[in-house]
Design a protein around this ligand. Structure first.
Ligand code: GLU
Length: 303
């Protein structure tokens, strides 16, 4: 069994190398988003947002700097050969940039781990963040959130032959891996204290640990886990039902209400004109999820 999983890891690596070997700019990764099916976002002409310090800085620079994930299949992935990011979160970042008048092709993406998002927004390292970022009241004290643009739920990923883990209640005495600073990590710690929690910076490291029998489960949002399961369907499966609500928001600097409001308008317009759905189907839809109705936008007042 261990040998089999190691072989799978090797196979995944080979696939990654093969995909990158022929990966000229714009050519899709294996089973990844295809450039032809992605919407083209027309850049809004004459757009100006003088009340937003973040927007003004970006406009002067000529592009946005956006925080994202680089190892989450169909959500935020970075092609190691050419540095190009792809996935649903990346498309959200691009459509927002275009609506705010800045060329989405010029966005500088920066990979930021779950535990470092608030600091990155607070110290101006990034203008905004799009990466499976749950909106909640604790985080709202530190950053602002546009959206939500998608609703996920915490779930469990296990090896295909696992029969004893069917929900978080079955984690007592089992090793479960999640990302430091994430809401799924915090929920297991608070509500299922008998689980043996293991934390890493990223979920891809957790998945490697699951395939090599270092842990018994990985926990985070179903949207993320479905992507990993879709890439290794013979080895991995989701267990049980989602047991939380994780509304995904676009993180912005906390005091920049003008930016947040403009992004909410942009999101709504992209839902209405069909770009949101098209982007979903060409990315996260590839992990087997049909495009849902997007959740209502939370236009909370200026703070
Ligand atoms: N949505 C959860 C969170 O924001 C888990 C995914 C992640 O770590 O990005 O904490």
């Amino acid at each position: 069994m261990i040998a089999k999983s190691l072989r799978l890891l090797a196979a995944l690596l080979v696939t990654a190398v093969a995909a990158t070997a022929c990966g000229k700019e714009g050519s899709p990764p294996v089973k990844g988003p295809s450039a032809d099916e992605l919407p083209k976002y027309e850049v809004a002409q004459g757009f100006s947002l003088p009340d937003s310090p973040t927007w003004k800085r970006a406009a002067k620079r000529g592009h946005f700097v956006v925080g994202a994930k680089e190892d989450q299949p169909y959500l935020g992935e970075k092609n190691p050969a050419n540095g190009v990011y792809s996935g649903f979160d990346i498309e959200i970042a691009r459509m927002i940039s275009a609506s705010l008048g800045l060329d989405p092709k010029k966005i500088a993406f920066k990979t930021i781990a779950s535990a470092n998002r608030e600091t990155a927004l607070q110290n101006g390292q990034i203008d905004y963040y799009v990466g499976t970022y749950t909106i909640n009241d604790n985080r709202k004290k530190l950053v602002g959130f546009a959206g939500p643009y998608f609703m996920a739920g915490q779930s469990l990923l296990v090896r295909k032959d696992e029969e004893d883990i069917n929900g978080p209640q079955d984690l007592a005495g089992r090793r479960v891996c999640s990302a430091a600073g994430s809401t799924p990590y915090q929920r297991i710690q608070a509500d299922y204290p008998k689980a043996e929690l293991v934390a890493y910076d990223t979920y891809s490291i957790c998945v490697d640990n699951l395939l090599t029998f270092q842990v018994d489960a990985v926990t985070t949002d179903d949207a993320i886990l479905l992507g990993f399961a879709a890439k290794a369907p013979d080895e991995l499966k989701l267990a049980g039902k989602p047991f939380s609500e994780e509304p995904y928001g676009i993180g912005v600097p906390r005091k920049d209400n003008a930016l947040r409001f403009a992004m909410n308008d942009a999101l709504e317009a992209r839902q209405k004109n069909g770009d949101w759905k098209k982007a979903f189907e060409a990315t996260l839809g590839l992990s087997g999820v049909p495009a849902p109705t997007p959740p209502p936008i939370d236009r909370y007042p200026a703070s």
